[in-house]
Design a binder for this molecule. Sequence first.
Ligand SMILES: C[S@@+](CC[C@H](N)C(=O)[O-])C[C@H]1O[C@@H](n2cnc3c(N)ncnc32)[C@H](O)[C@@H]1O
Length: 225
Amino acid sequence: MSESVNQVNSISTTQTTVHEKLDALVQRYQKAENLRPVSEHTRAAFDQANQWLGNWSGDIIIDSCCGVGESTARLGAANSQAKVIGLDKSQARLDKHAHYAGESENYAVFRADVIDFWRLIRQHQWRIQQHYLLYPNPYPKPSQVQKRWHGSAAFADLMAMTPNITVRSNWLVYLLEFAQATKHYGVTGNVQQVSDNEAFTPFERKYLASGQTCWELVCRAEEES
Ligand SMILES: C[S@@+](CC[C@H](N)C(=O)[O-])C[C@H]1O[C@@H](n2cnc3c(N)ncnc32)[C@H](O)[C@@H]1O
């Protein structure tokens, strides 16, 4: 599980704090019905994933935007009680998975658009124990806020899957925004610096090798008082 080290630039943006329109966007999409049709290739991937799960009724862990699937293999090895599904839209990245493959058979990676896959998970009421979103594209320009997962229409489907969400990023503001957005769904989160000895994903490896700080947000349902 290794990749040659590339130096990568740190986040460059004029946005230094939570976007002023975030709350309004989250509330708008929370109420809206998502009418976007599901793509055929993601429906086929969902069917394949269903077949792979078979009659499994235990825990399911989703690793969205898994890239080459290194984290999916790691999550499979660390969670022998669960089935772990990695999703990425890039066939080129998934084609490199063999290099990062793990030995456990409780995980699989599928090419899919997570926007549609999340909706199908919601419609089919899969029981998701944990959702990982590791180093999603940050879209750091202020004008790109709606491209970030928490500012997009897909957030309602994401939040319907499970409150147990782990997000990592090298842009702290992304995680502060994500945590603020989850509060609209009765979910709270804590942000901490990633302090693992070993990188969990190729992007994390690149950021750490470039001297950047990586951050982790862990979300859970708010406890009822
Ligand atoms: C910055 S990379 C992170 C990859 C991996 N998690 C890592 O840390 O090495 C972001 C990934 O998100 C994927 N991605 C972006 N939008 C997606 C979408 N709508 N559906 C599925 N994957 C998507 C990209 O293909 C890319 O592999």
